[in-house]
Design a protein around this ligand. Sequence first.
Ligand code: ZN
Length: 301
Amino acid sequence: MPHWFSKAGLVSFVIFSLACFVMASEASAQGRKIYISVDMEGISGVVGDDQTSAGGAEYNRSRKLMAEDANAAIRGAFEGGATEVVVNDSHGSQRNLLPEDLDPRARLISHSFKRHGMVEGLDDTFDAVIFVGYHAKADSPRGLFAHTGSGVVKDVVVNGRSAGEGGLNTLMAHWFGVPVVMITGDDVAVEQQKEWTPAIRGVVVKRAINMRAVESRPLAEARRDIQSTAKEAVAAARKPARERLASYKVRMQLRNFTIPEVATAFREIQIVAPDTVEFTRESMPEAYRIVRVLYRFINPD
Ligand SMILES: [Zn+2]
């Protein structure tokens, strides 16, 4: 074989390999599967507690507002390269979003009887997670509707670190190796999330004056911002390695003494103070399921 032929052969092999590489990276940039967890308290235009529970006079307005912010994120995700979007209704009954109000390209997970609540259905097949409508954690000095899980929780501490809903859901996403790339909510929710994911893109749709009063951005402007930020966030998303810690030690402080007492029915849950339980699990999903049972499925009334 002449010398010139092998050189040409090598050149065409290099060009062919480069073409394959470009095609493969375009395919992965375009074929993204995105998970969107939608809560209600941090939605644009949601400002009062008559909006956030099913019996409230203003509830039917706020579930439409919730769909509008979700749809802005869904549109942006598809513009940023998503080919599949799964929305998880993450507020209260988790039956707030009406399928007919939602962008027809998205699938919807509904109902609160879920082991993994706000991150039900999330697994390692997703390329990125977006939090929409999130709020500050329990006992934040400021932050609209600040709470964690439900009203019975004073604090949840995982491996020594206090976590609100955003923090707990981030630990789950990282367990599966999926990056949390964007959050929307009031300014406090966005700031608290940055402590977990400093590179996250945040859209502040309202400014909390305290736990109840709020200054809202114009709705159309907030939704435009959600859409363009989701587009950028999804286009830039890169999957990190799974982050699996050796163990997950959870300390949970409640606002009553009944839940800790009932919780001793579970293996290896200890009462460390009359209002506080502690337990350790090997995986974050296991720890998360117990946290959810404690704040959601034990009713002391
Ligand atoms: Zn919530």
